[in-house]
Design a protein. Structure first.
Length: 119
């Protein structure tokens, strides 16, 4: 999996595991909730500085982003099954984007967005 999408998947899984909203994470990292959305969708990569801040704020080791598995994080979490399913849906979409070889990207609603198309 692409590194950006792997990190995005782990951000989603850890945020759900820690029972945090995007707003709460944004406040801890001193960014907007829109920026957290972009990190979690893989639109923007998170800087090393912000990733370390995230790890310190939520007491997670930095190497979880390299060696961890987002599904295992969620599986071990004590959150509701509904929240787990929502997080897994987001992670599944990230994996689809990471594995898409067609040259188009899909947004989280599953709609195809062709590269180079301007509206």
């Amino acid at each position: 999996m692409n590194v950006r999408y792997k990190i995005a998947s782990m951000l989603v899984a850890i945020r759900y595991d820690k029972k945090q909203t995007q707003m709460k994470v944004a406040k801890k990292l001193n960014v907007t909730h829109q920026q957290i959305q972009k990190y979690e969708k893989g639109v923007n990569g998170i800087s090393a500085e912000k990733l370390i801040e995230f790890c310190n704020a939520y007491d997670v080791p930095i190497n979880i982003f390299q060696y961890g598995d987002a599904y295992q994080v969620l599986d071990a979490s004590d959150i509701s099954i509904l929240k787990k399913e929502k997080a897994m849906f987001l992670i599944d979409k990230l994996e689809e984007k990471a594995n898409d070889k067609s040259g188009s990207e899909k947004n989280l609603a599953g709609q195809s967005i062709s590269s180079g198309t301007y509206i």
